[in-house]
Design a protein around this ligand. Sequence first.
Ligand SMILES: [Zn+2]
Length: 285
Amino acid sequence: MFDNKNRNHEESKPVRTQFPVFTAWTVRAGTRLVMLTLFIACSSINIFPVSQDQSLGAQFDKEIRADKKEYRILNNPKARDYVQDIVDRILKSPEVKYRSTFPYKVELLDDDKTVNAFATPGGYIYVYTGLIKMLDNEASLAGVLGHEIAHAELRHSTSRMTKSLGLQTVTELALGKSPNKNVALAANAFTGLGLLKNSRDDEDEADEFSFKYLQSTPWYPGAIQYFFEKVKGRGGSGLEELFSTHPLPESRLENTRQRLREANIPPPTEVQLNSRAYREFKRSL
Ligand SMILES: [Zn+2]
C-alpha cells in the first residue's frame, strides 16, 4: 500500500504542483509515521538504546549491594560458581544475543524464606537460597535461570518503559525529535522493583525463550514445570516477592507442557535432570 503511494507520487510529478504541501519528504515522513504508529501499536518496540539497559542494571546492582539489610549476599564463592556455571552454559545458546554485552553475573541472596530469582535489565542475576532449596534438580534451576536471562535478553524492562511513554512521545522520539520530559518521568517511575514487575506476556515470552535456550544444553528444557508445580504445592508462603515480579497464571505450566509436546521431547532422564549433583550442591549451602 505504501509502495503504491510512493510510486504514484513519483510517476505523476505534475500532480505535485496541485498539492504543493505534499513534498516527497512529507510523503516519506508521513509513510514512516504511519508505519511507525502501526509498529508501535502492535509490537514490542523499544525506544531505549541497549546502553540504557546496561546503565540501569549497573545502577540497580550497585543499590542492591549497598542495601545489606534488604539483600544479604551469600558469602559462598563455591556455591555462586555452581550457579554461574549453569548460567554460562545457557549463554552459549545461539539464541542469546547479548552474552558479550551484558555481564550476566550471578549473586546468591541468603534468605531461605524467599522463593525468587530476578535479573536486572542488562543481566545482573540474583537468586535467593529459598528458591534453590525448594527445587529438586539442576534442570529446574537451569529453567528458572534461562527465564531470567530471557528477561534481560528481550529487554523487557525498557520495553515496558517504552510502552509507558505513550504513542505520541515514542513516535516523536522514533522520528528523531529530542526527548521530552515524559522520558525522564518514565525513567523515574521505573526504578528499583518497578523495573522488575513483569507482565504476563513478558513471563510467557521468557518461559518460551528459556525453553529454546535449554534445548542446546544437556538439561531437560521443560524442567521449569517442576518449579511451577512446587510453587503451586506451596500455596503462597514465601512467594509474595515472586508474585510481585513474576505473575504465575496456570497457563504458564500448560504452555510449557504444550512446548514439550510440540517439540516431541520425551520424559527426562536422570542425566538431563542432574538431581544427584544438585542435592550435593544444596547441602553445601
Ligand atoms: Zn519472570
